[in-house]
Design a protein around this ligand. Structure first.
Ligand code: GLV
Ligand code: MN
Length: 197
């Protein structure tokens, strides 16, 4: 016969020793929480834009700030050199509210099938734009000076899927034939893209 008192005690002990994961991250014991769990100093400096696209997204998610866990919000500092592009991407778990702090930035997103409408706008300093949940979007600095923006995202762990990297840079590669057919182009063009990514 089961001794329910022992069974209940055992359950409590198991729960105490289990790590509770929320959206992939462990919840910290509240009595062990420190001010530094809610703090991040990594946005003081300009992000390094010396890369193929000329932009840098510096995220502040639950990964950088454990105190964000379960709170449904995160942010990013985005730096762009002139011509710099934050390339087409989606956030698997977030809508994004984008604010220009410096420069002139062209933004756009594409609505879902079958319309695939391209919604685009040129933003000036102080302007705000919304990229709805899971839609493909980008930003490009069209000014002659560096640009700076702040994004807020409606998840502590928004996820980023950069389209070109996912399609042409997957590990292992998606079969060249599949991509050639999907993009209605030759295997050679696809192999070139796969080589780049
Ligand atoms: C970040 O993901 C951004 O689009 O600004
Ligand atoms: Mn984004």
């Amino acid at each position: 016969m089961i001794n329910w008192t022992h069974a209940t005690n055992l359950t409590i002990i198991i729960i105490l020793y289990m790590t509770v994961l929320v959206n992939g991250f462990a919840c910290k014991n509240p009595s062990l929480v420190q001010a530094d769990d809610f703090y991040f100093d990594g946005l003081r400096m300009r992000g390094n834009t010396s890369n193929a696209v000329g932009s840098k997204v510096s995220l502040v998610t639950v990964e950088q700030v454990p105190g964000l866990n379960t709170l449904g919000i995160s942010m990013a500092r985005v730096d762009y050199e002139p011509g710099g592009l934050n390339p087409p991407h989606v956030h698997s778990r977030a809508t994004e509210l984008f604010t220009v702090l410096e420069g002139t930035i062209e933004v756009g997103f594409v609505t879902s099938n079958p319309e695939n409408r391209f919604i685009t706008k040129v933003l000036q300093k102080g302007d705000v734009f919304v990229f709805p949940f899971r839609l493909v979007h980008f930003q490009r600095n069209i000014g002659n000076t560096n640009a700076l923006a702040i994004s807020t995202l409606s998840s502590q762990n928004p996820g980023i899927v950069t389209i070109a990297n996912a399609v042409f840079g997957s590990k292992p590669d998606i079969s060249t034939d599949v991509l050639a057919k999907a993009f209605q182009t030759s295997n050679e063009v696809i192999e070139n893209l796969q080589f780049k990514f």
